[in-house]
Unconditional design. Sequence first.
Length: 94
Amino acid sequence: ATMGMFFQDGLTGSAWGDWALYTDSPLRAFENELGVQAPTGFWDPVGFTKDGDVEKFKRRRVTEIKHGRVAMLATMGYITPEITGKFPGYLSPA
């Protein structure tokens, strides 16, 4: 597989050609979004943004931020009692 990549690239270019030539690609709609970083550029390995729908992209971004915040709070809820100590007694309805 590695040798195939070398022959495809010609040891100088890209395996898929020059990205600047793909002006009609729907993925180009998200190249200037916050979080796009070199060298990968806009990276969507699963293909959620193939259709180029901006509203779906914005919804997924907001949902990802929300889930990340909930996960951070859940982690702090797990760690904080271990650091600061727990209330005495048992939490039991009986």
